[in-house]
Design a protein around this ligand. Sequence first.
Ligand code: C2E
Ligand code: CA
Ligand code: CA
Length: 468
Amino acid sequence: MEISHNKSNFRIDNKSNNKCNSIKSEDCEKKRRCLAFYNSLTNIPNFNYIKENISKIVDLIEQSEFAAIVYININDFRNVNYDLGYKFGDKLIVKVVSIIEEHIKDKDMLCHISTDKFGVLVRSVKNELELAGLVYSLAQSLEKSVTIEDKSVYISASLGVSIYPRDGKDLEELIRNADTAMSFAKISGKSNYKFFESSMRKQILERVELEKELREAVENKEFIIFYQPKINISTGELEGAEALVRWIHPTKGIISPTVFIKLAEEVGIIEKIGEIVIKTVCLQNKKWQEEGYKKLAIAVNLSVDQLKNNSVINLIKKILNDTELESKWLEIEITESIIMEDFRYYKKMLNKIRDLGIKVYLDDFGTGYSSLSYLKDIPIDYIKIDKSFIDDITEDKRQSAIVSALIQLAHGIDLKVVAEGVEEHSQLKILREYNCDLVQGYIFSKPVSKEDFEKMLKSNNQLVHKLR
Ligand code: C2E
Ligand code: CA
Ligand code: CA
């Protein structure tokens, strides 16, 4: 197979949409090679083509004044296929190819690595600065709403770049490092591009290892729940609790959710962890009730990704049914960021949850820049004022004025208020003056194991003295 420098000539026949199919069946060998070396949807060389021609491509790179690999991944493509169907997905990929081709020159080569992944060997720029310009405009062009027939979808891409010979002396290393940089771009907030740095490899390897261990943790149910009390500020009584998950790692010990929840969301296993959490909490709460402890509602944190899937409603129903826990003893905390994402959809989902008789908290309130006008429309029962507002409440007059106004505003629209992260007595005093309803924080208790929480349940009044 001859190697061509021309990006368009990379297609055997750029007029035909499906060249391999148009090769006469008598020409078996030609057809076989075409199917083997070109992507049948886009007619672009596939990874086999690169492997087959590796020495010729390396020669090209060595002869070039400047050469780099740009690795491109279309974000969340799986969801596009899932939501809008495979036919739409195929057309979208063809559209993406045309966008990429608009940015590259004849000297460059485009390869269709796998369904939603592309590689470009860039030889048309003279230096890193020009390359940065190309990558930037490519990333910009791949972040847009695309309409095909009557359906629209918002696409974005993650791009990783490696430069020859700095980031790899052979093609394999260059591609691997561009891929690593792409993964980095993805982790650091999607719709992004990154140039390879040697420190990335170590971090990606650590992440891959953690992901593997986390999947095993889900299989082996290596999670336990800690409980943090919520205290009624006027009576000092234990009025509820928040369930906070911990990972009991076989060798590393207790791992904080701040280390693994985001990863679990990114790799798509948060739903499984969430299911373990809801089940464990409902079972435990029912057990405490049967043992005669004071009945309490326990709140679980739901990640936005869990709410994206309609089936979470049935899952909650099923767990409540199986554990025979009344729905009023289960509560849900969701972060404020969901308001920004897709208000109408989440409003519908939260309504379904509340229809079950479950109360909803809007967590980390004040951090998401959401408009206050949304607050009256979103179906919730409580707002949880974020710890960052509580931290300065005693020293910063403006901060305390904001907290006071928030509490009044929430009360005005029939919402209750929880202050989180309360650590000092002086903070508690101010919050009581402002008529905050519930408080949660180290001043009363850190999140504790179920055994320690049970002790708290036994001596309910123990915490009242802290209010004095
Ligand atoms: P969050 O929901 O905002 O939970 C409050 C976090 O603040 C908890 O951290 C808690 O231990 C900590 N905290 C409570 N009071 C104080 C205080 O007075 N001072 C200080 N410095 N910290 C306090 P944790 O347990 O590490 O959880 C971190 C985050 O992980 C949670 O933030 C929540 O977003 C997430 N998370 C925890 N469990 C789950 C879960 O089961 N599912 C999901 N999706 N997310 C969870
Ligand atoms: Ca929470
Ligand atoms: Ca919070």
